[in-house]
Ligand binder design. Structure first.
Ligand code: ARG
Length: 496
């Protein structure tokens, strides 16, 4: 092992206090608080990110003549060795950044210490988090795309499958399975958009900000950003190293998504309870004591994930609130909130997609249920209003009818009580009976966004186009990252 700082090495490892750098690191290694201080274990998540950030930085240092080409070659070779050995083999350190640097120095000697020229762990860690979070956000986007696809597939199959629609958990108006599916597909499209929007602001490079105050070296920040596939730099160095608003924004988008998911899961739990949907065995559990039970546990867990996401958001906001400029170690405890939220929500989204794709919708049960609770009442009132009656009067008649049978005779009797004219002035018997039929009732609500089969079919078509655009946007971002990655490898190979 080299890098013990002894022997008057030209790399200048003595500090102002006279300690060698190794002695000094030992002196400030945390003592009894060592574990409390260290993020090394949690940093496994950004091990690959740190190697990429190190490589891009070293390539840029060589290009600018800040380190010699052969020194860069040695460092880049050492980084490959460290990568193969893996995170578990890293020497001890306050974090992955320090540990990788130590490993590089152990590998090639004091020259390895040149890797940290013109940067600080403050800009380094911020860059690593962004680098890794990009991938995680794209995985989350992919999960929303998959769930939307599953919902639109079910919708396309069930544009004519009527079912009860609810307000206050009471049967309200008949709708269709397709209309219900599209309601969540549309909400999830906004979730996709929010995640992609967060991505735009995550994908900026802080590297070169150094501790917060920039550097005397003639660095090329744009070049490093491009080598790492970032869309540009965060210019102000103090903001670049200090801000974690990109975590708040990302987790906020995830928390919103998890709230959408929790509603979808809750609906499915209720529907399963009423026999309106049969979840596949893969997404159900049984009881350890009650042999007959088939429980929607997976969806209850999906529903609960909103708790994880909002806890993460709250954790982040509380940790970040009132932090002064520039770097403070509190930031180390902010990061895991984001990892936990993105993992939990992405996983829950995948599970919800599987549950939706494999569920069965029993058409007859749903059609029978669709007229329960006189849920066609609004359609009858609409019909009378269309025939010229003030809607409020029509509402009064149908409300009376709902108390005495909820069929044609009940409507006619109520009309006679309220009106001077006969009911037929406003609607024929056939028309009233059609409005009382859930299938026809649904078919008559063909306004834009309504549940009538053609209206929903047209919506499914448009939503499919939007989905394809989002899938393409996802692919383009993934490709840009892969291209940058390959280009960085090429550059590295030119030295190593
Ligand atoms: N591990 C730290 C983090 O996650 C980065 C270290 C910066 N340390 C420092 N003392 N300035 O934020």
């Amino acid at each position: 092992m080299v890098g013990d700082g002894e022997g008057g090495s030209s790399s200048g490892s003595r500090t102002a206090s006279g300690d060698s750098d190794v002695v000094r690191r030992e002196r400030f290694s945390g003592g009894p608080a060592r574990e409390f201080l260290s993020s090394l274990a949690a940093d496994e998540r950004i091990f690959d990110a740190d190697l990429a950030v190190d490589r891009a930085h070293v390539v840029m240092l060589a290009e600018r003549g800040i380190v010699a080409n052969d020194e860069a070659g040695d460092i880049l070779t050492a980084l490959d060795i460290v990568e193969v050995a893996g995170h578990d083999d890293l020497p001890n350190g306050e974090d992955v950044h320090a540990a990788i640097e130590t490993a590089v120095i152990e590998e090639i000697g004091p020259v390895g210490g040149k890797m940290h020229t013109a940067r600080s762990r403050n800009d380094e860690v911020a860059t690593c988090i962004r680098y890794r979070l990009r991938e995680d956000l794209l995985d989350a986007v992919e999960a929303t795309v998959t769930l939307r696809e599953a919902l639109l597939d079910v919708a396309a199959e069930h544009t004519e499958t009527v079912m009860p629609g609810f307000t206050h958990l009471q049967p309200a108006q008949p709708t269709t399975v397709a209309h219900w599916c599209c309601s969540y597909a549309q909400a999830l499209a906004r979730d996709t958009a929010r995640l992609l929007d967060a991505y735009e602001r995550v994908n900026r490079s802080p590297l070169g900000a150094a501790a917060f105050a920039g550097t005397t070296f003639d660095v090329d920040r744009e070049r490093v950003a491009a080598l790492l596939g970032f869309d540009g730099v965060l210019e102000n160095a103090m903001d670049a190293s200090a801000t974690r608003d990109f975590l708040v924004e990302s987790v906020s988008a995830l928390a919103t998504l998890s709230t959408t998911l929790s509603g979808l899961a809750e609906d499915l739990v209720v529907f399963a309870n009423k026999g309106y949907v049969a979840l596949s065995d893969d997404y159900s559990s049984t009881s350890s004591i009650m042999p007959q039970k088939v429980n929607p546990d997976t969806l209850e867990l999906v529903r609960a994930t909103a708790g994880d996401a909002s806890a993460g958001l709250n954790g982040l906001l509380t940790t970040l609130k009132g932090l002064p400029r520039a770097y403070n170690r509190d930031l180390q405890r902010a990061t895991p909130h984001a990892w936990e939220a993105v993992d939990a929500v992405t996983h829950a989204t995948d599970v919800a997609a599987g549950a939706v794709a494999t569920a069965d919708w029993p058409e007859e049960v749903l059609e029978d249920a669709a007229s329960e609770g006189f849920s066609t009442a609004t359609g009858v009132a609409d019909l009378l209003a269309a025939g010229g009656l003030p809607f409020r009067t029509a509402h009064e008649i149908v409300a009376k009818a709902s108390e005495s049978g909820a069929d044609y005779d009940a409507v006619a009797a109520a009309a006679e009580e309220v009106l001077d004219d006969p009911l037929s002035t406003y609607a024929s018997r056939e028309a009233v009976e059609a409005a009382l039929d859930p299938v026809e009732n649904v078919a008559s609500r063909d306004s834009l966004g309504g549940p009538a089969p053609e209206a929903v079919a047209a919506h499914v078509e448009r939503a499919g186009t939007e989905l394809a655009e989002d899938a393409a946007a996802l692919e383009a971002r993934r490709e840009a990252l892969a291209t940058a990655n390959a280009a960085l490898r090429e550059e590295v190979n030119g030295y190593a």
